[in-house]
Design a protein around this ligand. Sequence first.
Ligand code: HGY
Ligand code: MN
Ligand code: MN
Length: 409
Amino acid sequence: MKTLQLRIEEHINKLSQFTATPGKGTTRLTYSNEDRQARDYIIDKMKEYGLAVHEDGLGNIFGKLEGTLKDAPSVLIGSHFDSVPNGGSYDGPAGVVAGLEVAALFAEKQLTPKYPLEIIALIEEEGARFGGGLMGSRGITGLLSEDDFKNLRDKDGISTEEAMVKIGLDPSFPKKRDPKTIKAFLEMHIEQGPILEEKNIPIGVVEAIVGLTQFEVTVEGQAGHAGTTPMDRRSDALVTAAKMIAQFPGLAIEEGEGTVITTGKLNVFPNGANVIPKKTVFTVDIRSGKEEHIQNVIRNLNKLIESYSTNGIKITAVQQLFMQPKAMNQEIVALMKQISSALETPYCSINSGAGHDAMVFSDVTDVGMLFIPSKDGLSHCPEEWSDSKHIANAVQIFFETAKKLTEAK
Ligand code: HGY
Ligand code: MN
Ligand code: MN
């Protein structure tokens, strides 16, 4: 059998090939052909490692190792396998691969746990196709209702259900899962920041995950001729958007304590060089370790919207996602620190500035999360890279943690 590190590198390299933008990073949108290819690979590996595989009504993939206890709740280990546009090869897949390799170690050592172990590959964590994000985990925990799921459309107006059927998935399968069937959720993820690399520490034990919210803002004005419309007779949707967006950083800096705000997407309609923009649609992503800062920035965003809704300009904002800051389960945190020490793997505590499926599962079960270093702190770009030996460290810690959690009462 190939060494653990070699298998990890092979999984990451294989999955990185399933992209719509070869040579320009990973673009793997949910329910795309690239999703289908990655899904087939993950399912093959789950079966190779002796897991019973099923997909739910959202397209989340589960690989189960039955325990000796019948109908007992499972310890879930995994992450997401979708990506941002032109992203990296590790954000998400590293955590799915870590889960797969924990299952491989159970198989290699012919271990049958008391409580079942389930490896999970989650869909649409990034929200790059249907907006919002954390869709796979929100569907499992019931935070995303059946109707909300059905009403989602991508930028071409394709619904989630149509897109699922197109790649052979069945949206009629159950989505929400009874929380009593989940004993714990463990997620390994790349840090996506510079801290672990700068400290030269291979493992970060996550203590808490920031709260976050995302809005889609639409500014509507009046299209017109760029040459014949006097400057004092324009309702220019792009100039208005630009004036608002330019003030966003100040809102976050004013809040302080690590509060951040980002406009990552901006579309202009009709997008003609000699046409005054009629409409702009842009996103606002707000995060902080404290919910009060998020609420303050939302209040100030709404004040900006009100103040710019004049002279023929109409502005609407739709909140696509809101998650409060979440603390990880302290017993699992302590257990993973103890195991890291026993394995003589240096670790430190760390908080997450990125959102993760772990923050959704923390509403319904005990959750633990590990980070590994990101080269140059880069993520959400083709330069994203992490060392397979760090992923192997996390696999060993999760393997010991999973043995404890699948044995303990
Ligand atoms: O946006 C995030 O924090 C995550 O990458 N979805
Ligand atoms: Mn991401
Ligand atoms: Mn991620």
